[in-house]
Design a protein around this ligand. Structure first.
Ligand code: MRU
Length: 351
């Protein structure tokens, strides 16, 4: 086990925003300072910071980066719209910056149009610390699933690197490991950007959690051998009916789980649930550059003129989901009814 601590994906220190450049992991651990909102926008677009909650937290801080003293509500609106445009699928991004904006608008109504930047910064810090608490609770609610000697499979990276700490899909694993449970995780490599191979294996390995990397197309075979007891993935947006947008390839896994009768769980904070989106068909799926598919790492593998379709996410229909683990507990079908209930008791997370 490598005991070196995992660097934080997002760090606010001495009034400065620092991000871990995840495009360089696992070989280089480089933290850079964002001094302008444009560099926060670029970092989100280029996946230097990635994972739904982490981009929300980074963007909340990004709203105040480079500002001194005060900002007007109209200037803040422009900054919100600019950052929301960086990536369309993960609702946490819009959720976080709109929350800071709502806070600013309420303050401006009572006081003055010139809003103190320090107040906005405090709201961003609150979003950050609430995310950490959510992840810890997701870990605790998912813990009973991780029984002794069980084998799990996860896709993409919904770990500490994708949030404030611990992760969402990986939080139950970290919590179980802390409790001394022995288990094992299969990690999908997650083409095209290899978040599983580069990030999930890296962070699980660093925590001493037993894991095995597989090609995405090996998942069916591994399941057919009876080697997977359950799947846990994260989410970028969960519609009101329980349909789940997550990294491309998640839908295939959920269908396989249905075929092999393997429970398929989604772990996400309530900030990922978007009650304004009635079902998965309404979720805008980000399409990314052809270059990501025609290359493998630094190597060009397909000819440059190859026609490519590169959706970054897919939508898993709720009927394939056994349960959604949030900071409030495990939610099961009927999702339409039960997801709505989560917001009755926690008004700070409503959209
Ligand atoms: O494109 P990415 O790497 O940002 O995609 C990340 C995922 O799909 C994660 O599973 C999701 O954001 C949840 S992160 C806790």
């Amino acid at each position: 086990m490598n005991s070196k601590p995992l660097p934080k994906s997002v760090l606010w220190q001495d009034d400065k925003l620092y991000l871990l450049d995840q495009t360089k992991l696992p070989h280089v651990e480089e933290i850079f300072c964002c001094e302008r909102i444009e560099s926060v926008h670029e970092a989100i677009c280029a996946l230097r910071v990635r994972g739904a909650p982490a981009i929300g937290i980074a963007a909340a801080y990004g709203l105040v980066v480079g500002l001194t003293e005060h900002v007007s509500l109209s200037a803040l609106r422009e900054r919100v719209d600019y950052l929301v445009g960086a990536r369309p699928t993960a609702v946490n991004l819009a959720w976080a910056v709109e929350r800071v904006y709502r806070y600013a608008a309420a303050w401006a109504e009572k006081h003055d149009d010139q809003i103190p930047v320090a107040l906005l910064c405090d709201e961003a810090k609150l979003i950050h610390s609430e995310d950490a608490a959510s992840c810890r609770n997701i870990g605790l609610h998912g813990l009973p699933l991780i029984t002794a000697n069980s084998n799990w499979l996860t896709h993409c990276n919904a770990g500490a690197l994708a949030v404030s700490e611990l992760g969402t899909a990986l939080a139950p694993f970290y919590t179980a490991a802390d409790a001394g449970v022995q288990f094992h995780v299969y990690v999908d490599e997650t083409r095209p950007l290899l978040q599983g191979a580069r990030l999930t294996s890296f962070e699980l390995g660093r925590a001493g959690i037993l894991n095995t990397l597989i090609c995405d197309n090996a998942a069916a075979h591994v399941m057919s051998l009876g080697k997977v007891d359950g799947v846990i993935v994260g989410a970028d947006r969960i519609a009101a009916n329980g349909d789940v947008a997550n990294k491309i390839g998640t839908l295939g896994l959920a269908i396989l789980c249905g075929y092999y009768d393997i429970p398929f769980y989604v772990a996400a904070p309530t900030s990922t649930i978007d009650l304004d989106t009635t079902d998965g068909k309404q979720i805008l799926i980000e399409e990314r550059s052809a270059h990501e598919v025609t290359t493998f790492g630094a190597a060009q593998v397909a000819s440059l003129d190859t026609k490519v379709f590169n959706p970054a996410f897919d939508v898993t229909p709720s009927h394939l989901v056994k349960g959604i683990i949030t900071e409030q507990g495990m939610t099961t079908a009927p999702f339409e009814q039960n997801l709505g209930r989560l917001f009755d008791v926690n008004s700070s997370t409503t959209h």
